[in-house]
Design a protein around this ligand. Structure first.
Ligand code: PEP
Length: 245
């Protein structure tokens, strides 16, 4: 079975109901690229409406709580996200690890909660600029993978070097290829797990990044807010046919 590419947009804390017209255009594109998975993670306020407009586009949340319900003011559970009709949830984004002090153990519990609710967790990992400069990018990411990922079941990893997120800087193709190969080798069922790259993916660099062997798609922040840019990135994704999954 081929490992399907996933082109995933993350709107972060952006988007009002009036912005959901975006989905009409992307839904059209999604029908013409049935070889790919395409997703948008809008803010939680828009999940339900987005699901109604999504067509073949998958809808995701940007975080979930580790518990199914309870006294956790302001949080939403994976069951609630599933109930809203969504398909996936991003967990462990570096902005959440940073803004909310989320640990790898919490990220893993969130990923397991997502799996239990029938959602696909997209687990973010990535090194700081100093980690790369000082030669420990692989050990940091290896540790994050070992402690953030569930022991079984399906999930997606998004490798996002923190210094490349929202900065306009991207890792070199060699660094991306090397890290993705390292991540795949460190996973127990590495051939079946999709590994996305994230960090300033734009229309002008998407084609060369997505052409790399171990890159199975992209997690996209800024460029997923502009329909022309997001559509151009989808169009840049290669058609994969003969890969083992
Ligand atoms: C992200 O938020 O996951 C991300 C990769 O953002 P950007 O594409 O803006 O760097």
């Amino acid at each position: 079975m081929a490992r399907r590419m996933l082109i995933a947009g993350n709107w972060k804390m952006n988007g009002l109901r009036q912005d959901l017209g975006f989905l009409d255009e992307i839904a059209d594109l999604a029908y013409s690229r049935a070889d790919l998975d395409i997703s948008i993670s809008p803010p939680a306020t828009l999940l339900n409406q987005a699901v109604k407009m999504a067509g073949a586009v998958k809808i995701g949340a940007q975080d979930c709580h580790i518990r199914r319900s309870g006294a956790h003011t302001g949080d939403i559970s994976a069951d609630m996200i599933k109930d809203a009709g969504a398909d996936l949830v991003i967990v462990g984004h570096s902005e959440r690890r940073d803004d909310h002090g989320e640990t790898c153990e919490q990220v893993r519990a969130k990923a397991e909660a997502a799996q239990a609710a029938g959602l696909l967790p997209v687990i973010c990992v990535g090194e700081l600029e100093a980690d790369r400069r000082e030669g420990r990018a692989e050990s940091v990411v290896g540790q994050q993978i070992a402690t953030s990922c569930p022991a079984s079941g399906d999930y997606v990893i998004a490798y996002e070097p923190v210094w490349a997120i929202g900065t306009g800087l991207t890792a070199s193709l060699d660094d991306i290829g090397g890290m993705h190969a390292f991540i795949r080798a460190s996973l127990r069922k590495g051939e079946t797990i999709r590994i996305l790259y994230g960090g300033s993916v734009k229309p002008n660099n998407a084609e060369e990044i997505l052409a790399l062997d171990d890159v199975d798609g992209a997690l996209i922040g800024g460029a997923s807010l502009k329909v022309a840019d997001f559509a151009a990135i989808i169009t840049a994704a290669p058609i994969r046919i003969a890969r083992s999954r």
